[in-house]
Design a protein around this ligand. Structure first.
Ligand code: MN
Length: 229
């Protein structure tokens, strides 16, 4: 059967140093994964199990584009995050299954309409409209797994207009990348094309048109985004 509308092309993320791209299919996000960030938003720290939310494919923006300041907010926040790109199917995975399951890593920004999220949290309503909008998933080039053997030792940083605004270490995550994949694969079958944004360290803050965001994780290609009107 033919589609009534033109078929859309898959969204490809650049893979550093390669001439092929990584086709993104789904975007999963982990909430509250760094102690200091949990505290700064007034939440309680507890290690029970991670929780997730998702962003649609249409929220994805790669590093070579500008982010247009979205509607319905006066408090758009940056959240710098390590992004994990999946390489093979994972379902009810055990530690052995994780071998070869990560295609690579990228710097990402989980952009958040914090004012809408605060209202949703107070009212016990879903976060979708605060987390899933055009340009809310900013993801840079993917660096292949083999090229970053020491990701756990990496620093994660966000510079806002060249000033260091967020700084943490991947090792500070409450749930490690492996723990997240083991847990998430209980709920759904992860397949190539799925990416996971793994939570943000402390220091989230508001941005405005004209601002420049630079996300850096040791060993990965940096992500640079300009906010426009
Ligand atoms: Mn986040």
């Amino acid at each position: 059967m033919k589609s009534v509308f033109p078929e859309s092309e898959p969204t490809l993320l650049k893979v550093t140093g390669r001439n092929y791209g990584y086709p993104v299919r789904r975007i999963f996000c982990v909430g509250r994964n760094y102690v200091e960030h949990v505290l700064e938003l007034g939440n309680k720290v507890e290690k029970k199990q991670p929780f997730y939310f998702t962003k649609s494919l249409f929220s994805l923006l790669d590093s070579e584009k500008n982010l247009t300041y979205p509607p319905m907010t006066n408090d758009l926040h940056h959240e710098v995050e390590l992004v994990v790109a999946i390489a093979k199917p994972l379902q009810k995975a055990n530690r052995e299954d994780l071998k070869g399951s990560i295609f690579g890593y990228a710097c990402g920004l989980d952009m958040t309409r914090r004012d809408l999220q605060s209202i949703a949290k107070k009212q016990g309503k879903p976060w979708d409209m605060s987390k899933d909008f055009e340009g809310s998933a900013l993801i840079g080039e993917i660096t292949e797994f083999e090229k970053v053997p020491q990701i756990r030792k990496a620093n994660i940083k966000l510079f806002l207009n060249n000033k260091l605004q967020q700084h943490g270490r991947i090792a500070d995550m409450i749930y490690s990348v492996d723990e997240i994949l083991l847990d998430l694969s209980k709920y759904t079958q992860l397949i190539p094309g799925d990416v996971v944004m793994t939570g943000t360290p402390a220091g989230v803050s508001a941005v405005k048109p004209g601002d420049l965001l630079v996300a850096q994780i040791d060993g990965l290609t940096e992500l640079k985004v300009k906010i426009t009107e």
